[in-house]
Design a protein around this ligand. Sequence first.
Ligand code: ZN
Length: 84
Amino acid sequence: MSDKCISGKKCFESEELAEEALIQNHIRNNYRGGEGPVNVYQCDNCGYWHFTSKGDKSEKLRDPEVLEFIERERRAFDWERKLR
Ligand SMILES: [Zn+2]
């Protein structure tokens, strides 16, 4: 994997990896009111996958099970941070 895209964005090798990272990103950042990346796309320049904050939300981020998972993990993450 390289980070050589002219977009300067982080590159992911596959859609699955990008979506997984997108979910992790939402766990670690408590985005409000439509901030933050909402989806992933395959780049025309490098062929890898990037985050995008424009357009429709990824199906993953609309899946109630995934949203519940994000909430749960976020609480665990906040708690962990307080203990440090
Ligand atoms: Zn690219």
